[in-house]
Write a protein that binds this ligand. Structure first.
Ligand code: PGA
Length: 254
């Protein structure tokens, strides 16, 4: 292959690779410790070029923080409020997360947007708060099946980015492209198509080095193919992050 073509097909060495598990509302503390027993030994051979993150329920953060000390796994939460403290029953603040060693937080996941009234406005507030309190937000964007079928994918994502990223520091940000029709359905987005949409997302950023993940039914048998795509800098994984062996295969992609 011509050298110039090869350079274009290779991921930028500047962009960080982030392999993140999203446990959603799964696992008690005891179950999360059991997971670590099976998972941590498989990190011995994991190449240094990738960040490994586990975004777990709030009740598991403290126990995982203690048990991940000295390991290369970074801890993530699944939500953060826009105030540092206050009368916001059921919410969690940035200082509460950073105090126990949390580094990442998922913001704007489609399940929050769909079931808990999250809007682009509140997503933007949460992103700003995450950064203000020293967390790295993982912003999720993506279209529904209907929006895809009616050709609205590009405009929808473009609008989400425009609204969500107002006053956001793109030096401390991860984005996950998560087509909603692919989440938890087994209907993984075709790699080339995910790569195309992620390229479009990148073209709308003012920092081209923001890591952009793909998420939606990522499975061990697909990971090498997904990660071979030049625009895809990692994955955000639900179901396949719950089992030690399958998450281990994902973080040890070749
Ligand atoms: P899934 O979930 O891997 O189970 O499809 C992905 C996500 O919701 O982040």
């Amino acid at each position: 292959m011509h050298l110039v073509a090869l350079l274009f097909l290779t991921k930028s060495p500047v962009r960080k690779i982030v392999i993140a598990g999203n446990w959603k509302m799964f696992k008690t503390q005891a179950e999360s410790l059991e997971f670590l027993k099976g998972f941590l030994p498989s990190l011995d051979q994991t190449p240094q070029d990738r960040e490994v993150v586990l975004c777990v329920p709030f009740t598991n953060l403290n126990v995982l923080s203690k048990n991940l000390h000295g390991s290369r796994v970074q801890l993530g939460a699944q939500n953060v409020h826009w105030e540092g403290s206050g009368a916001y029953t059921g919410e969690i603040s940035g200082p509460m997360l950073t105090e126990i060693g949390v580094r990442y937080v998922i913001v704007g996941h489609s399940e929050r947007r769909q079931y808990f009234g999250e809007t682009d406005y509140t997503v933007n507030l949460r992103l700003k708060a995450a950064q203000r309190f020293g967390l790295t937000p993982i912003l999720c964007v993506g279209e529904t099946k209907q929006q895809r079928d009616t050709g609205e994918t590009e405009s929808l994502i473009s609008t989400q980015l425009e609204k969500d990223l107002v006053d956001i520091d793109q030096e401390n940000l991860v984005i996950a492209y998560e087509p909603i029709w692919a989440i938890g359905t087994g209907d993984t987005c075709e790699c080339k198509e995910a790569n195309r949409v992620i390229g479009l997302i990148r073209s709308q950023l003012n920092n081209p080095d923001v890591p952009i993940q793909y998420g939606g039914s990522v499975k061990p048998n697909l990971i090498d193919k997904i990660m071979a795509e030049p625009e895809i800098d990692g994955v955000l994984v639900g179901g396949a992050s719950l089992e030690p062996a399958s998450f281990a295969r994902l973080v040890n992609y070749r």
